[in-house]
Design a protein around this ligand. Sequence first.
Ligand SMILES: Nc1nc2c(ncn2[C@@H]2O[C@H](COP(=O)(O)OP(=O)(O)O)[C@@H](O)[C@H]2O)c(=O)[nH]1
Ligand SMILES: [Mg+2]
Ligand SMILES: [Zn+2]
Length: 295
Amino acid sequence: MGITEKEGLVLSGKNGRYTVEADGGVYICRSGTRVRKNDGKILAGDRVIFRDNGDGNGFIVGMCERKNSLIRPPVANIDLLAMVVATKDPAPYLYNIDLLTVIAEKNGIECAVIISKSDLTDSAEILEVYRKTPFRTIVTSSESGIGIDEARELLKNKICVLCGASGVGKSTLLNSLYPELMLETGELSEKIARGKNTTRTTELFPMQNGTYLADTPGFTAVNTELYCAIGHKELHNLFPEFAQYEHECRYADCTHTKETECGIAEAVKRGDISKSRHDSYIKLYDELKGIDRYK
Ligand SMILES: Nc1nc2c(ncn2[C@@H]2O[C@H](COP(=O)(O)OP(=O)(O)O)[C@@H](O)[C@H]2O)c(=O)[nH]1
Ligand SMILES: [Mg+2]
Ligand SMILES: [Zn+2]
């Protein structure tokens, strides 16, 4: 009797036990230390080769190449990182959204901005900021139902990670898109998150239409990712809307922070680049520069 090898998608993993989806079913797999030694940690979103034991269990013998991965949240092969920002409650803090778009750009991950709670106050200001970026931006309300179909369409057939501050309505939005998810929301979810162990795992929820969704509790530790991997000199490349104006800078080594005769600064003045995005750039540039000095 031959042992069949299969390829599957890791939905979640904990303590060396992985839930792997293959041929429309789910297998519980363990992995050899050799796999983890050669390829590193197996993450949700990884495609793996496993031996099917024939009883619903399997043994992972290899990992397929990744197109991208994040440390926080720990997910591989992300097709879309969606930043959720509420119009209010909590107040929008766009610097954090821009940090996330920078991380996504650095890792070659497509990003989108989902404005939530549009029923509470006007979303025009935030929309205007991101309309001047290449990121898809949509306005939603789980309360009124605005933008829910559009959001479902945006996430369709992709491995999607929703991130953003705690309380912006990520879990509520996912429940509006797919009521069968029944994710915990509100203060209760907060309490549960705090009660759990600090090492949180991320789970991909497979939806019937080829969509895989990951809910995250909040931004918490994205910063480690950012500060480890991004140098201040490459930051301008991670604001994709800057590129078309850089040839207008007078100095080839322009940092786009305060120089006169800077194409980016001029574009901000004209309103072609959002001031809010440029402000985030400057703040982050200064922060990264400070860190690079000690590297
Ligand atoms: N008014 C309004 N409240 C919302 C909306 N979406 C979520 N909420 C509320 O915001 C709170 C936090 O939502 P939750 O989904 O747990 O946020 P998460 O921490 O981002 O997952 C809950 O009390 C929700 O009922 C919305 O579209 N409009
Ligand atoms: Mg939540
Ligand atoms: Zn410049």
